[in-house]
Design a protein around this ligand. Structure first.
Ligand code: ZN
Ligand code: ZN
Length: 364
């Protein structure tokens, strides 16, 4: 459990850097990251020598299990959160308090201002998120497990597909299989798009049947407990057309080249550009309308982003990013291939291992 003291030590450096003497963590995901506590409705005050969780009695047992060493102030049922937070902040003699301005509501901010008139509030966005971009050993292992569970779930669900199967049934089968392989569930509502519906990069599932078209796009992931995976594969259920073959090979070439470019020091716009150049050269640049990838972790979309405007962000060992180029032709369909990549000291490691050669897409 040494990881939580290590994370607190790192966040204290950030607090000093923000010229504050404490940080009030109000984003529950960040509270989980810093303490291991997975409940919600709880805030964490991190000062330079103490960390106090402000929670309530519903979580007493869970807190003992998940973070027995953490200092907890449990507010009484019926007592509002804010007065207790104010008390804890005052007891710690905090003068300037960093707050998570990017995720805090306007209402909470104005209530904090009122409750803490003598305390200077310092907008310090994304301090914890910045730490979260570099995964430690336990996070890498949890992600590796989420990738494994997603892969196994997909292969099992795929083997059940017939022309009669609907998008919704594939979604249900993925969820069931992910749980069978030990996952807590899927990491997000999957995208299952038959034929033309695959051209919607973020479409929701319907009752359309696989047999209504020649191919289906499936974008899914597993949640191994706290950490998430995110993959996309194409399944050819009908005739393998020349058009599909051609576009698939372009997307695959772009994806493999971008993965190959992943190493410490590579900038995030550059890696996006590697895939984009290949797709643009094949005259589909305009049909690749999103960034190449994103970080994953406790949330499905984290920093860093692989895309335009990210040339100041460099990849570092311990980052985990998706690489997911796509070509979308409205009315015909879309082809995307997505894998999860760990940046290592010397290059990268592909964490997902669902086969993706053209032949592997065909449901034999
Ligand atoms: Zn995805
Ligand atoms: Zn993704």
């Amino acid at each position: 459990m040494a990881r939580f003291p290590t994370r607190l030590k790192k966040i204290r450096q950030q607090i000093r850097g923000a010229k504050s003497d404490a940080l009030l963590v109000t984003n529950f995901v960040n509270v989980t990251y810093l303490t291991g506590f997975t409940g919600d409705d709880s805030y964490l005050l991190v000062t330079l020598d103490e960390a106090t969780l402000i929670s309530d009695p519903r979580y007493t047992t869970q807190l003992e299990e998940e973070c027995p060493d953490l200092h907890v102030v449990s507010r009484n049922p019926g007592t509002k959160m804010l007065p207790v937070v104010a008390e804890v902040v005052q007891d710690a003699a905090v003068e300037s308090l960093a707050i998570e301005s990017g995720s805090m509501t306007v209402a909470l901010h104005s209530n904090l201002v009122k409750a803490l008139p003598q305390v200077r509030l310092i907008a310090a966005d994304r301090l914890v998120e910045k730490l979260r971009t570099i995964k430690d050993k336990s996070e890498i292992e949890a992600t590796r497990l989420a990738c494994y569970q997603a892969s196994r779930a997909f292969m099992a669900a795929r083997s059940q597909i017939t022309p009669e199967t609907t998008e919704r049934q594939i979604e249900a089968e993925l969820e069931y299989q992910a749980r069978r392989f030990g996952a807590k569930g899927l990491s997000f509502a999957p995208i299952v798009g038959v034929g033309p519906r695959s051209a919607l990069p973020h479409g929701t599932t319907t009752d359309r049947r696989v047999g209504e078209s020649d191919f289906t796009l499936i974008d899914w992931g597993a949640n191994s407990g706290l950490y998430l995976s995110d993959l996309t594969r194409m399944v050819v259920t009908g005739k393998l057309s020349q058009k599909f073959r051609k576009i698939y090979e372009i997307v695959l070439e772009a994806q493999l080249a971008a993965i190959d470019a992943i190493r410490p020091g590579a900038n995030c716009e550059f890696v996006d550009g590697v895939a984009r150049k290949i797709i643009t050269k094949a005259n589909y640049g305009k049909q690749f309308g999103h960034g190449l990838g994103h970080g994953t972790g406790l949330e499905i979309h984290e920093s860093p982003r692989l895309g335009k405007g990210q040339n100041k962000v460099q990849l570092e060992p311990g980052m985990i990013v998706t690489v997911e180029p796509g070509i979308y032709l409205p009315g015909w369909g879309g082809i995307r291939i997505e894998d999860d990549i760990l940046v290592t000291k010397t290059g990268h490691e592909v964490l997902t291992d669902v086969p993706k050669q053209l032949d592997d897409c065909c449901l034999a």
